[in-house]
Design a binder for this molecule. Structure first.
Ligand code: FAD
Length: 316
């Protein structure tokens, strides 16, 4: 079987989980596509996932109430072994990168890490990934009977539901006593849609000129459009915005329906994090800015004039 670990949030599979489903479908390897969901009070997410996959394995345990790499690795390893999985798909999120390596070691399996594409080539598993700031695309092949694959968030489109619902099974797990535990969590208070889940992302670059202008113009437009807010590394390095908003090679990968880049030059490291967006709109005063080569729509102009006009036009 193809086993995928479905991340979830507020009772729903995340966009990254549905992207894994699409990766599994495209892969087309034999056996049922099986989603493993780990946590507590999982009925809503399991019901939702059943619309997308043939089997949902539900590990609903108090020890799994919050993420723990040791327990996640133990759970996934056990299920992969018992289900005789040939492929284990994990989202290459921050936590996914962490525990997927543990899973591969425990299973004595190769790890194709942070791939943007995974394919079956005559029985071998081929993973394609970016290297050297996305200037190079590397292809790795695994001929092992079982391979662990972590898939870059945003690399696939999220799957659409199937017409028939999949089966749900509760699974028993023998979990070790974890040697680490979470002692606290501070969640940033925001009503804004998370960057990687947003249909529209508005990203501001150094062209904004100041953190105050970033807040008033980028957040102002994002509020009107119900959009997520992103930032370039230049802006994050300057301390204007938190790292969690950084889009690009060393930040988040996003693939929204619309990506609006404002005062962003379009460096290759930035493009590698948003290049798969459906429509890219750029606002820049420099007609030669590289972002325009990748944009579907462009406005050449001073953002200090263009964005207030857009905010007015999109006022609810
Ligand atoms: P700039 O390149 O300074 O561009 C500002 C733009 O604003 C210019 O095009 C300018 O014409 C325009 N502008 C200025 N004033 C106005 C105005 N009034 N109206 C309209 N337009 C205006 N970058 C990322 O974003 N994400 C990453 O993950 C990332 N990872 C990196 C990893 C490495 C190893 C390295 C070396 C670099 C990385 N970078 C990353 C940095 C990247 O190379 C660029 O330096 C960065 O993206 C530039 O940010 P920017 O577009 O905001 O700034």
């Amino acid at each position: 079987m193809i086993l995928l670990v479905a991340d979830h949030n507020n009772g729903k599979p995340t966009k990254a989980a549905l992207e894994l489903v699409q990766a599994a479908r495209d892969l087309g390897r034999e056996g049922p596509i099986t989603a493993l969901v780990l946590g507590q009070n999982l009925a809503p997410v399991a019901n939702e996932l059943a619309k997308y996959v043939e089997q949902v394995l539900v590990a609903d345990l108090p020890q799994l109430a919050s993420y723990n790499p040791e327990l996640w690795a133990a759970a996934v390893t056990q299920i992969a072994q018992e289900g005789e999985a040939h492929t284990v798909l994990i989202s290459a999120s921050r936590s996914g990168r962490e525990y997927s390596a543990r899973v591969a070691v425990k299973l004595d399996a190769p790890l194709l890490e942070d791939v943007i594409r995974v394919q079956d080539q005559g029985g071998a598993l081929q993973g394609t990934k970016y290297a050297y700031l996305a200037r190079v695309t590397e292809i790795y092949e695994s001929s092992a009977p079982l391979t662990v694959v972590s898939v870059k968030p945003g690399a696939y489109n999220p799957a659409q539901p199937e017409s028939t619902a999949g089966e749900q099974y509760d699974v028993e797990l023998e979990l070790p006593t974890s040697r680490t535990r979470s002692t606290g969590k501070v969640i940033e208070k925001t009503t804004r849609v998370p960057l990687t889940e947003a249909d529209i992302v508005i990203t501001g670059g150094r062209g904004l000129g100041s953190p105050e202008k970033f807040s008033s113009l980028i957040e102002g437009l994002a509020d009107n459009l119900g959009a997520g807010v992103g930032a370039t590394r230049a802006v994050v390095d300057a301390g204007w915005r938190p790292y969690g908003e950084q889009v690009g090679q060393t930040g988040k990968t996003v693939a929204p329906k619309a990506y609006i880049a404002i005062g962003v030059s379009g460096a290759v490291q930035h493009l590698s994090g948003m290049g798969k967006s459906k429509y890219i709109v750029a606002v820049n005063k420099d007609p030669e800015a590289p972002i325009f080569k990748n944009a579907d729509y462009g406005i050449v102009g001073d953002l200090h004039q263009v964005i207030p006009a857009l905010i007015d036009a999109t006022q609810k």
